[in-house]
Design a protein around this ligand. Structure first.
Ligand SMILES: NC(=O)c1ccc[n+]([C@@H]2O[C@H](COP(=O)([O-])OP(=O)(O)OC[C@H]3O[C@@H](n4cnc5c(N)ncnc54)[C@H](OP(=O)(O)O)[C@@H]3O)[C@@H](O)[C@H]2O)c1
Length: 138
């Protein structure tokens, strides 16, 4: 059985660029491509590019679970705010349920930018820990 994929952030820079190139990229065979959307305009746009639109509130763990299980999604591309984690955690739990039920490998691909590490360093420095404590945290 091929992987069904959920692309998040499809209206954003990274997700939108990926979706625009999706059909011309020489990707391995895969199942359905779903794109998470939050408006009718986005739904029409992703459908034009070959994805099936899914409305989903990633902060609602039960909705996330139902969506992933119902669509038998085994790959999620997280291209939304990398500084928050609730959505990813709900998705990981939902993917684990699909894995338990089907025995299939599941993947969550989380994209973040390395400058976030610099931000974390600045934050930790600003906390005025003794040097050795902030270094240990990094
Ligand atoms: N841009 C880069 O060069 C780059 C490089 C490496 C990593 N990253 C990381 O990749 C992620 C995406 O970057 P980007 O530049 O593509 O960002 P972006 O253009 O601002 O796009 C953000 C996307 O996330 C969606 N989104 C935001 N909050 C959401 C929520 N609560 N539920 C569902 N969707 C939500 C937005 O949907 P709406 O349009 O509906 O608001 C939009 O599609 C960020 O975490 C960024 O740090 C970016």
């Amino acid at each position: 059985m091929q992987h069904n994929i959920l692309l998040t952030g499809a209206s954003g820079y990274l997700g939108g660029s990926l979706l625009a190139e999706w059909s011309s990229a020489k990707l391995p065979p895969h199942g359905k491509l779903y794109a998470l959307i939050r408006s009718d305009v986005q739904a029409a746009a992703v459908q034009k590019l070959g994805a099936e639109a899914i409305w989903l509130d990633t902060s609602n763990a039960e909705s996330v679970r139902q969506c992933i299980v119902e669509h038998q999604i085994t790959v999620v591309l997280w291209l939304i705010n990398a500084l928050r984690s609730e959505g990813q955690l709900a998705l990981i739990h939902a993917l684990a349920e699909v894995k338990r039920a089907t025995g299939r490998d599941v993947y969550l691909i989380h994209v973040r930018i390395t400058s976030l590490v610099d931000d974390a360093e600045k934050l930790l420095t600003s906390l005025r820990y003794p040097d050795e404590r902030s270094e240990a945290l990094l």
